[in-house]
Design a protein around this ligand. Structure first.
Ligand SMILES: [Zn+2]
Length: 445
């Protein structure tokens, strides 16, 4: 094999840019961007802390005021593990469909199916005349005709026949995320990646095969700093679209892109079906100070959560529903009691609690986003399981922390849990028996 070394280096630089993503200024930095779909292979080390207004809102409306649930479908596809973080906000694109770009791909909202499906991002690149540019990055040109003349079954058979590299084929067929997908088959692979649009092709230290929605790359040489020999990684399709200006610029300027709107009009009720965060401990229905809406004079603010007292330090605090971890303060460092007093004084003088101070008053936190964009936040935690990571999918009842008093001036532990939907916390604007009824309903009590 003769490869001119500078040419190989060019590939490496180009591919390195795709695999090791440098976050744009508007986006919270991501320390290590994973290639497409290897959830079990690497640890996600990320530190974005979504702002409440971004994290709490997920669904938006199409032109006919129908709810678009790109965000909950993103979670359904495996979310962070599968598609990477969002790289912009939703946009209206080809065919009048609504799209959301993520680092590794793009979801298209299909109103006819009432669900999101991965878009043919690599076909878009082909249609934009970018095959030459992709070849310079080690991505094969798309084969223009598979001889099927529009016969999908024939195209399927022919193109699956192009899976001639055993490692790439195995990766294509593998269940990408068994914790999310209980079963898997070739049709699901096709839905996620599309059909092959090229045969495997050797480019210097790797072999790449192109699909409609991804390119898979098998490393066949050992190259320092690059994926290990024998590993198959994916090319970040969303990043490519961004690089070539295929995602509208105004859709890229919104940080994490968790942008949306008002509650759904599809009859969805956000305030039902929660587990008690501490087993056997009911909300203190007879103590309004422990419920949402209670005044918090020490910071001239309002309580946004539900307090569960009578628990020891490190009592297991459980996820109230299944969902995706969107914040986990693994590296929390507390504040001194002096700092706490100063913050309290400032709030009282201001007459309100600035959001950044409120965040400090909540102490060590975990946030989980559930289907439909309901978010639960767990505050004042004394501990967090060391293996709990941003992007993890947790089951209802899974322990996500230990009760504590971080961020407070107290010396007794309690669990503080907030439930958010569409920018509002549970019971917001309610009081008395109405508030109690809402919370009872939420926990089935
Ligand atoms: Zn509280």
């Amino acid at each position: 094999m003769l490869f001119h070394s500078s040419r190989v280096r060019l590939f490496l630089v180009a591919i390195g840019c795709l695999l090791i993503t440098s976050a744009p200024a508007a986006m919270t930095p991501i320390a290590s961007a994973k290639p497409w779909l290897p959830p079990a292979e690497e640890d996600v080390q990320v530190t974005p802390v979504p702002q409440p207004s971004q994290a709490a809102i997920v669904s938006s409306k199409d032109f006919a005021s129908r709810t678009i649930r790109l965000w909950s479908d993103y979670l359904g596809f495996g979310g962070f593990d599968t598609l990477g973080p969002p790289i912009g906000k939703q946009f209206e694109g080809r065919g009048g469909f609504y799209y959301q770009a993520y680092q590794r791909g793009v979801l298209q909202w299909r109103p006819d199916q009432q669900r999101a499906i991965p878009a043919n991002t690599f076909d878009w690149l082909n249609e934009a005349g970018l095959d030459e540019a992709l070849a310079a990055k080690g991505i094969p040109n798309a084969i223009t005709s598979d001889g099927s003349h529009g016969d999908w079954l024939k195209a399927r058979e022919t193109r699956l026949g192009w899976l001639t590299n055993p490692e790439i084929k195995a990766r294509f067929l593998a269940n990408p995320n068994p914790s999310v997908y209980k079963t898997w088959n070739v049709d699901k692979s096709i839905e996620l990646y599309g059909l092959p649009s090229s045969r495997p092709e050797r480019f210097g230290p790797f072999i790449t095969q192109r699909f409609q929605r991804i390119a898979l790359q098998l490393w066949v040489s050992d190259v320092p700093q690059m994926p290990a020999k024998g590993s198959v990684v994916g090319i970040l399709g969303g990043e490519l679209l961004k690089e070539y200006g295929i995602i509208p610029a105004d859709a890229l300027d919104n940080g994490l892109g968790w942008e949306g709107s008002s509650p759904g009009d599809d009859g969805f009720d956000p305030w039902v079906g929660f587990l008690l965060p501490v087993a056997g401990v009911q909300p203190a229905y007879d103590m309004p100070s422990r419920l949402p809406g209670a005044p918090r004079d020490y910071r001239a603010g309002i309580h946004e959560g539900i307090d569960f007292y009578g628990v020891p330090y490190d009592a297991p605090v459980r996820a109230v529903k299944e969902g995706r971890v969107i914040r986990v303060d693994q590296n929390y460092t507390g504040i001194s009691s002096q700092q706490w007093s100063i913050m309290s004084e400032v709030c009282v003088k201001l007459g309100y609690t600035p959001p950044d101070m409120l965040d400090i008053f909540r102490g060590r936190q975990v946030w989980i986003e559930h289907f439909h964009g309901v978010v639960s936040r767990y505050a004042h935690l004394n501990s967090i399981p060391p293996d709990l990571r941003l992007g993890d999918w947790v089951q209802a009842g899974q322990v996500i922390g230990g009760a504590g008093s971080t961020g407070t001036d107290e010396t007794v532990a309690h669990a503080h849990v907030e439930l958010w939907y569409a920018g509002k916390y549970i019971g917001q604007g309610q009081s008395g028996s109405q508030l109690i009824a809402t919370i009872r309903r939420a926990f089935g009590g």
